[in-house]
Design a protein around this ligand. Structure first.
Ligand SMILES: Cc1cc2nc3c(=O)[nH]c(=O)nc-3n(C[C@H](O)[C@H](O)[C@H](O)COP(=O)(O)OP(=O)(O)OC[C@H]3O[C@@H](n4cnc5c(N)ncnc54)[C@H](O)[C@@H]3O)c2cc1C
Length: 388
């Protein structure tokens, strides 16, 4: 029988995170957005609740929960603070998944317990100054020297890097191989000699989520830090991003829901022309559109997560969910801000923050244009058309 409800454990988790988000995260969200202060205390509390290790199997110190539970956590945190939602999403999905997917038993035992407990975070170093959407164009190199890799290059826009104990990066290990071939995934401990943080970005939105440049200058890491087979690391990164796209969809969904939650009470209370503005059809139509699109986005995001949980292919659905939910977040925050009028444009209300935070979801983990490429490729293939 089809069950459209969350199960009891998922409902309990949602209620617990919603309570935490409203009591601990929301009160400081505007301030940390302004100051760009990393939400260290709340991340520690979430780690104590087992959230950072929620997708890690119990044998490595985690909770072994399903993808949908994780998605609900990202949605609920993002409903009040996009920065906290992104910080947690990047730590769980991008930080943990490459090791879960491709780590050897020894590598899992070495790194997963620390990631699961929140002793340190993991980061995901794919993007480079010259390799963004074209992430297979990586120029960072790793050359084998005895029992070490010597890494040189620069990574751009890496979330949580200053709080990471390890960063999984892509590096070209076969310089002769064309395009995304000849790339390996390598785990770099952040105390490795030759590694340093570069500039921290000052951003439009998600300002309390940290985004760093990484610099590798003859950075040496043990040969055993190669993750998966030599020259096949790009595949590990692309598989990680499939799940990551559902998380950004969940973040977008949370931001859109948060915008609706703030907008409806405002529209019911704010009076012009002697009546609440919610009574004007122009306003109630926008509320209807926001609610309808959010409902559709939630179905798509949850569906992609359920496919992942069922062990079914979910790449196309993840890309569709991310594309749709992120564009819903843009429209919903825009309408919510419009309904708040001039007050929405000020920092007195959170709509302007939601509006700025939503924009990231159309860019991070593959832009909307890239999602359309991924989706179109799958659709054309299904009709016997040539894949690009
Ligand atoms: C806040 C933040 C956090 C991030 N965190 C991480 C992280 O933790 N790890 C990480 O590795 N990366 C991270 N990124 C990087 C992010 O994934 C990239 O910014 C994104 O993939 C786009 O790459 P780019 O910025 O180089 O843009 P570009 O690739 O230069 O794109 C510029 C424009 O061209 C379009 N475009 C490019 N190619 C095509 C094409 N073939 N067809 C049509 N249009 C195209 C794009 O859609 C975009 O509109 C983060 C980015 C941000 C802003």
């Amino acid at each position: 029988m089809l069950n459209f409800d969350l199960d009891d454990q998922q409902k309990m988790l949602r209620d617990m995170i919603r309570d935490f988000a409203e009591k601990e995260v929301e009160p400081i969200a505007a301030e940390i957005d302004e100051t760009m202060e990393f939400p260290e205390k709340n991340i520690k509390k979430l780690a104590q609740l087992g959230i950072l290790g929620m997708t890690v199997p119990p044998e490595y110190g985690g909770q072994g929960m399903d993808a949908l539970s994780y998605i609900i956590v990202v949605e609920e945190l993002s409903r009040v603070c996009g920065s906290t939602g992104l910080t947690v999403a990047a730590a769980i999905s991008l930080g943990v998944t490459p090791i879960l997917l491709n780590g050897t038993e020894a590598q899992k035992k070495k790194w997963l317990p620390g990631l699961a407990s929140g002793e340190y975070m993991g980061s995901f170093g794919l993007t480079e100054p010259g390799a963004g959407s074209d992430s297979g164009g990586t120029r960072t190199t790793a050359v084998r020297d005895g029992d070490e890799w010597v890494i040189n290059g620069t990574k751009q826009f890496i979330t949580n890097a200053a709080h990471a104990g390890i960063i999984t990066i892509t590096a070209k290990t076969d310089p002769e191989a064309k395009r995304s071939h000849g790339i390996s995934a390598i785990v770099v401990p952040t105390d490795a000699p030759g590694f340093k943080l570069g500039t921290k970005e000052n951003k439009l939105g998600v300002r309390a989520s940290e985004t760093w440049e990484l610099i590798f200058e003859d950075c040496r890491v043990p040969a055993e830090n190669l993750l998966g087979e030599l020259n096949t690391g790009f595949g590990t990164f692309m598989r990680t991003l499939e799940g990551g796209r559902i998380s950004i969809g969940a973040m977008a969904l949370g931001i859109a829901q948060g915008a609706l939650d703030k907008t409806v009470p405002y529209a019911l209370e704010r009076e012009q022309f002697g009546r609440p503005i919610a009574k004007f059809q122009a306003i109630s139509n926008m509320i209807a559109d926001m609610a309808t699109e959010i409902e559709a986005a939630r179905h798509m995001v949850y569906h992609a997560a359920r496919l992942q949980d069922a062990g079914r292919p979910f790449g196309k659905e993840a890309a569709m969910a991310k594309l749709f939910a992120s564009e819903v977040a843009m429209r919903a925050t825009n309408m919510g801000l419009q309904i708040h009028g001039g007050y929405g444009y000020t920092q007195e209300y959170p709509l302007e923050r939601y509006f700025r935070d939503a924009k990231l979801t159309t860019i991070g983990e593959g832009t909307s244009e890239v999602q359309r490429i991924v989706i179109a490729r799958r659709v054309l293939e299904a009709y016997g058309g040539a894949a690009r």
